[in-house]
Design a protein around this ligand. Sequence first.
Ligand SMILES: [Zn+2]
Length: 219
Amino acid sequence: MKKELIFLGPPACGKGTQTSKLAQYFNFPHVDTGSLLRAEISAQTENGKIAKSYIDKGHLVPVNLVASIIKDRLSQPDCKNGYILDGYPRSVEQADMLTKINEELDNGEKSDFRAIYFDIDTEILISRIVNRRSCPKCGEIYNLKFKPPKKDSLCDYCGTQLTQRKDDNEETAKARFDTYYSETSPLIEYYKNKNCLKTIDASGSIDEVWERLLKVVED
Ligand SMILES: [Zn+2]
């Protein structure tokens, strides 16, 4: 049965790493809404041009337009057996649109839709964020606690001094979480009511989370 997977989870919960892994594992396309929108714009498609006109004016891209771009993407042949959708939906309105898109694309066939929620304590996330360092030269990401460089604050690969992103501080992180939780709690309810919410414990190592993820995706 076609697997339709979406993901909910706070910033720094490890969702990005796990969803890429999952896309490879199933050989499903990993549809990231942000990249999709940027690709439409740089390819100057009809939708891309309209989206750009809003962005240029400093407006948000209208929900209908985003939905139409996503629908086009999900109707491509490579999504036939399933897809992994990242960064969407962000609101109940978008969730309703996605439900409709799936119904139309499924065309009466049964599919397996799951919303996977990465549940993790905010304190753990904040510690991940404030300890994050990256190499300005090669882009390698480190974490002073979980993935420290071998030599004091130097990149293992190119020896460059690691840097910390300005917004990787506790205050900014907390503000991002507040936004995230107010945006996401209605979605969690929405999918719970539809009986397709799967929650996984997102604390622990990448391998531990991966095991839990496979369990809820494959059961
Ligand atoms: Zn480096």
